[in-house]
Design a protein around this ligand. Sequence first.
Ligand SMILES: [Zn+2]
Length: 515
Amino acid sequence: MSADSIIIFDTTLRDGEQSPGCSMTTDEKLEVAQALVELGVDVIEAGFPIASPGDFEAVQSIARKFGSQTTVCGLARCRVEDVDRAADALKDAQNARLHVFLATSAIHREHKLKMGKDEIVARAVEMVERAVDRIPDVEFSPEDAARTELDFLCEVTEKAIDAGATTINIPDTVGYSTPSHFYNIIRHLKDNVPNIDRAVISTHCHNDLGLAVANSLAAVEAGARQIECTINGLGERAGNASLEEVVMAIRTRRDHYGVETGINSPKLFPTSRLVSRITGMTVQRNKAIVGQNAFAHEAGIHQHGVLQERSTYEIMRPEDVGYVGTNLVLGKHSGRHAFRDRIKELGYELDDDAFQTIFDEFIALADKKKDVYDSDIVALIDSQTGEFTEQFQLDRFHTLAGTDVLPTATLEMHNTVTDHVIRDAATGDGPVDAIFRALERGVGFEAVLEDYQVRSVSGGKDAQGEVMVRIKVGDDVYHGNGVNTDIVAASARAYLKALNRAAADRQRLSGNAGD
Ligand SMILES: [Zn+2]
């Protein structure tokens, strides 16, 4: 590896998946992994195999399918059964990495582990050696490193490298560090650990103070050569360093950092949308790089400047991150060819069946709506592709609402497994509430609505509405989205999708890792 390359280690499927309500099925994880491979990440941390049979299966599937195209990593605590389970999940990958972690800070040693310094070092060495026996590429993380005494951090690091670790990851587990503090930690390791040149130094920063990206970049200045990050900054609490921000900062300010990544940056936006759709975690409009407004110039003086010379107000070109704006593109007379070309330009590959479905929806939309924008097409595709088999399908519905009437919904749906036709009705506080209750009666179980959001996909009174819902069934949280020019129809679609996830996935166990 040349000195000026930064290894991008994506942990969306492990750390990101741990955020509340973001758990994914194995099929969804495979879809995200495929996108990460196309994006060009160097390492995919696919999960925590000991956490549950589902986690094990996901890591194993990703290792088998993508282990020749990228490095697939599994996480383990410093325990025999964890290390063995992770090694088993990874054994079919051509390029596998085993990531072991053990907390080193005083507060974790005393309260969580109840272990002394010597015990910690001995355990770390023993488990790194055990891991190296099975998988030669081993990463060691001293959990809560940012709050660990520097001399002890140096000692653990040196011993872990001697035991065979080739990557030393320095996590700011609780998001406590600041850029100059984090720089000094990395610099101290570089200057004081005698065998440090035998390992790559990595960062894993949490965003509790909004400093995860800044801390990761400070670490790079101090000599770190791997950054652990997630798409959209997903992760526990306030999340992790966001991959798209780290990558574009390094790229845009190459003059300053003097390093590069292997990321195929036009895939950033499509990957962000995919992760948002699958996890149900929407991206804030003004989010750097992948927010809807990231490239919008509304103020007249800015617009004027950009029209004359883009670089007056733009430090990055929208196309460099795969941004899709609200360009007016097509009308109902555009035809199949033009539509197919546009879909390709937007970065999608659809098979013939999927293309036909989207094309039919496009024609129906163009009938209802005067102008069809790129963002409309993206919303149609995102709400259709990558779907699991849905047990219940809504065939038609009718709602009644207004003043001085009892809001009512009637519907007809069918069970695709049994072919059973269901007709039902319900009342509610309004048409959306009524259709939600009717759908619950149709599927035969109740849910609690935790979050409901509507946004318009483009401008204009006839814009499509995109609805995102998050529901709770028992202790489990599910999400769904739907797009339609009628927001009651979009709401029904989103709610049924979430109910279908619950119906398909009532048994799923969820795992939890500490780092
Ligand atoms: Zn973490």
